[in-house]
Design a protein around this ligand. Structure first.
Ligand SMILES: Nc1nc2c(ncn2[C@@H]2O[C@H](COP(=O)(O)OP(=O)(O)OP(=O)(O)O)[C@@H](O)[C@H]2O)c(=O)[nH]1
Length: 302
């Protein structure tokens, strides 16, 4: 007889899909907590952030990769390499395609790349954002997705209303090998706190900026220390790196209004994350063309 302990499964999953497909939101819905940043701007997830789903019968570690795209810069190339590397290391991959957009060349490009690992790693086709369309369109999207590659399973979900999120967790867990817990119960992510904080600041800074500017913002946390004379407060110093002087002006805004807003919004999120009051000092620095400069990329953690 197998004991429940022997039946325990553990392992890694990741979601892929074109930018904005809903991968981060789905990670959060599965984990039940805000660990991956989300935004309506494409390519917001630069770091491989893991969310951990703890269940009686399994521990599912979700690696949230950046969107795959045709590389134009050194950063783009590195991001793609990171995605490929992630695929070969996980137990199951979910290809996310939003229900409200036609299956297009971007999805086919990703499916083509995924097919290369599909013999080793099962791929689940996931139609996301089903709350945005009617049942007929969901069915059509499932059919369209089925054409692009040979999936181990196909499932429609909505991270917003929770539709089939539990079932998706079951499907993912079903593909994990038997094994013990890999992380302590209750731990939701193994990303260093500073990375999460930097991501929250970047998320706030991206809100309301258009075009190519989002790709030009990077955030580093330079210092975290107890605030002098306030033992209930943390003091955090962070830098927003942009590529050009003109971008600096946009990020700061007229009379510093935008930066103030970014500070206010992200401070609230950071306080929630850390469970402590925070004094946040944000500065903007021009790191000329950092996306094309290997030294700068390393300094910014890529
Ligand atoms: N209505 C609806 N919107 C969703 C759902 N999931 C995600 N979204 C929205 O779609 C946008 C993109 O979601 P993300 O989770 O950031 O997408 P992503 O694939 O991680 O994007 P990148 O990080 O750019 O690769 C956000 O505005 C989300 O709020 C969903 O189930 N329903």
């Amino acid at each position: 007889m197998t004991s429940p302990r022997d039946a325990h499964r553990s392992g890694f999953a990741c979601f892929v899909g074109r930018p904005n497909a809903g991968k981060s939101t789905l990670t959060n819905a599965l984990v039940g907590s805000k660990v991956a940043i989300t935004s309506d701007k494409p390519q917001t997830t630069r770091h491989t952030i893991r969310g951990i789903v703890h269940r009686e019968d399994a521990q599912l570690i979700i690696v949230d990769t950046p969107g795959l795209h045709r590389p134009r810069t050194l950063l783009g190339q590195r991001l793609n390499d990171l995605v490929m590397e992630t695929w070969s290391e996980v137990d199951v991959v979910g290809l996310c395609v939003p229900a409200d957009q036609k299956v297009g060349p971007g999805d086919k490009f990703i499916a083509g790349e995924l097919a290369k690992v599909a013999k080793k790693t099962p791929v689940i086709g996931i139609v996301t954002k089903t709350d945005l369309v009617g049942p007929k369109q969901v069915a059509e999207q499932l059919l369209a997705l089925q054409q692009v590659m040979d999936f181990a399973e196909l499932i429609p979900v909505s991270a917003v209303d929770g539709y089939q999120v539990g079932l998706l967790a079951d499907l993912l867990v079903g593909r994990l090998p038997r094994g013990p817990q890999l992380y302590p119960a209750g731990e939701l992510t193994d990303e260093p706190e500073q990375t999460l904080i930097a991501e929250l600041i970047r998320e706030a800074a991206l809100d309301g900026v258009r075009d190519e500017l989002p790709h030009s913002i990077a955030v580093t946390v330079e210092e975290m220390l107890p605030r002098e004379g306030r033992d209930d407060m943390l003091e955090i110093h962070a830098l927003l790196h942009v590529e050009r002087q003109s971008q600096k002006a946009i990020v700061i805004g007229r009379g510093g209004e935008r930066l103030k807003q970014v500070g206010m919004v992200s401070r609230k999120q950071i306080e929630k994350l850390l469970g402590s009051k925070v004094y946040l000092d944000l500065r903007v620095r021009v790191a000329k063309d950092w996306q094309r400069d290997p030294k700068q990329l390393r300094r910014l953690g890529f």
